[in-house]
Write a protein that binds this ligand. Structure first.
Ligand SMILES: *[C@@H]1O[C@H](CO)[C@@H](O)[C@H](O)[C@H]1NC(C)=O
Ligand SMILES: *[C@@H]1O[C@H](CO)[C@@H](O)[C@H](O)[C@H]1NC(C)=O
Ligand SMILES: CC(=O)N[C@H]1CO[C@H](CO)[C@@H](O)[C@@H]1O
Length: 391
C-alpha cells in the first residue's frame, strides 16, 4: 500500500535525505533515514517515521519504538481538557450518515428520503477498533415547527436509540445537527432560539457522558460574528440543560475547513465554556478545492500541508482540535496524503484529539468515500490503514 510513496522517495535518489514531512523510517522502509537540514526524523509508529521541522536530527531504528518520548511535549491542555496520551488519539472513527439525507424533502419519509445508521455496521466498526461515531441528523425533522417547539417523538426516539446503541457499546456518539447554520434553508439569526433548541436537546442526553455535542455542521457564507454568537448560544444552551460532563465540538465558518481556519475563524478563540470542555472541530478534504467531491488528491503531501496551519493555531491559542470529517479517494496518492495527515495529527495529539472518516451509512452505494462494511469503496481500501490509528 505504500508503493507510490516508496517510488516517490526513490525518485529523489536512494542516498538522498528525506524532505519535510516525508517518511524517514519504519518497518520495511528502505529509503533515506536522515532528513534535510532543519528537520529531524521523528518516530510516529512502528511503520512510519517522519521528517518534522525543528525536531532533533536523529536517525531512529526502523522497527522498535524508542524508549524516549515519541510525541510532542504536552504544552497546551488545561483545566478539564482531556489529558493527551502522546502519539495517541482519544477519539477516532466514522461519520454515520443517513438521518439527514433528503434535505430538500422535509420532513420526508423514513426509509425513503432518510434512514438511520445500521447498528450492525456500527458494531462491525467498533470491532475493528473505532470508538467514535458522528450521527448526522436534520434539525427540521427533529423540531418541525420552530427551533423552540417540541420534538417529533418518533425521530427523536430513532436518533436517541442510535446514540444509546453506540454509547452502550462503550463508544462515543457525536449527534450532529447537519444544518450548515440554517433552518429550512434560512440562516439562523435568532441566537436565543438556537440556545433554547440546545437546552431542549441536551436535556435528552444530559446524563450520557459518552455523548459529545456538535453545535452544527459546516457554517458557511454567513457573518463571522454570527458564527461566534451561534456557537456561544449552543454552548450556553447545553450547559443550561445540566449537561455539564460532556465535551462540545464547535465548528467554524467556510465549512469549518482546517486549511483556512487560521485566516477565517480566528475570532472563535473568544468562545467560553464554564466547564472548559470545548473542542474545535474542523473538516478537511484533499481534492483541489477541499470540497471532498473528487477522488483525486492534489499530491501525496497535501494532507499535512492543509492542516499544519491549524495545528499551529491550536497550539498558539491553547485550544484542542478534532478533524471531524476527512476522506480521500481509493488510490495511492490519496492514501499517502491521508496517511501523512493522520501521522501529523497523531504526532501532535497534544492539540489534536482525533479524527473521523467521512462517511459510513447504509445508503452511500458506490460513493467514492463509502465506509460502510463490508464492501464500501472507502472501507475496503482504507480500513487496514485507518484502524491502525484507533485508540
Ligand atoms: C423510526 O424507526 C422506525 C423503525 O424502527 C420507523 O418505523 C419509523 O418510521 C421511524 N420514524 C422516524 C421519524 O424516523
Ligand atoms: C495558515 O495555514 C496555512 C496552512 O494550513 C499556512 O500555509 C499559512 O501560512 C497559515 N497562515 C497564517 C496567517 O498563519
Ligand atoms: C463532503 C461531503 O461529502 N459532504 C456531504 C455530507 O453529507 C451531506 C448530506 O448527508 C451532503 O450534502 C454533503 O455534500
Amino acid at each position: 500500500m505504500r508503493s507510490s510513496l516508496l517510488a516517490g522517495i526513490f525518485a529523489t535518489g536512494a542516498f538522498a535525505q528525506s524532505g519535510a514531512w516525508q517518511q524517514c523510517g519504519g518497518n520495511g522502509w528502505s529509503g533515506p533515514t536522515t532528513c534535510v537540514s532543519g528537520h529531524g526524523c521523528v518516530y510516529v509508529n512502528d511503520w512510519y517515521s517522519q521528517c518534522q521541522p525543528g525536531a532533533a536530527a536523529t536517525t531512529l531504528q526502523t522497527t522498535t519504538r524508542p524508549t524516549t518520548t515519541s510525541g510532542p511535549a504536552s504544552t497546551t491542555s488545561a483545566g478539564n481538557q482531556p489529558s493527551p496520551t502522546p502519539g495517541k488519539f482519544r477519539w477516532f472513527g466514522v461519520n454515520q450518515s443517513g438521518a439527514e439525507f433528503g434535505q430538500n424533502i422535509l420532513p420526508g419519509r423514513y426509509g425513503t428520503e432518510f434512514i438511520f445508521p445500521s447498528p450492525q455496521a456500527i458494531q462491525t466498526l467498533i470491532s475493528q477498533g473505532y470508538n467514535t461515531f458522528r450521527v448526522c441528523f436534520s434539525m427540521e425533522r427533529l423540531v418541525p415547527n420552530t427551533l423552540t417547539s417540541s420534538f417529533d417523538a418518533s425521530y427523536l426516539k430513532n436518533l436517541t436509540d442510535t446514540i444509546n446503541y453506540i454509547t452502550n457499546a462503550g463508544a462515543y456518539a457525536i449527534p450532529d445537527p447537519h444544518n450548515y447554520g440554517r433552518y429550512y434553508g434560512n440562516i439562523i439569526t435568532d441566537t436565543n432560539a438556537f440556545k433554547t433548541f440546545f437546552t431542549n436537546f441536551a436535556r435528552q442526553l444530559a446524563t450520557n457522558s459518552r455523548v459529545i455535542f456538535d453545535t452544527n455542521n459546516e457554517y458557511n457564507t454567513m457573518s463571522q460574528d454570527l458564527v461566534l454568537q451561534l456557537n456561544q448560544a449552543a454552548i450556553d444552551g447545553i450547559r443550561a440543560a445540566g449537561a455539564t460532563s460532556q465535551y462540545i465540538m464547535v465548528e467554524g465558518n467556510q465549512w469549518s475547513g482546517a486549511w483556512s481556519w487560521n485566516v477565517t475563524n480566528t475570532n472563535l478563540v473568544a468562545l467560553t465554556d464554564p466547564q472548559d470542555k470545548l473542542i474545535y472541530e474542523m473538516h478537511q478534504y484533499l481534492d483541489s478545492d477541499s470540497s471532498g467531491t473528487s477522488d483525486a488528491c492534489v499530491s501525496a503531501q497535501i494532507g499535512v500541508q492543509r492542516v499544519v496551519g491549524a495545528t499551529a493555531w491550536l497550539r498558539a491559542n491553547r485550544k484542542l482540535g478534532f478533524l471531524g470529517e476527512f476522506a480521500g479517494g481509493a488510490n495511492s496518492v490519496c492514501q499517502s496524503a491521508v496517511k501523512g495527515m493522520l501521522d501529523h495529527l497523531q504526532s501532535n495529539s497534544d492539540v489534536w484529539t482525533g479524527a473521523l472518516w467521512w462517511a459510513g451509512g447504509p445508503w452511500w452505494g458506490d460513493y467514492i468515500f463509502n465506509f460502510e462494511p463490508p464492501s464500501g469503496t472507502g472501507y475496503t481500501y482504507y480500513n487496514n490503514l485507518l484502524r491502525s490509528y484507533a485508540p
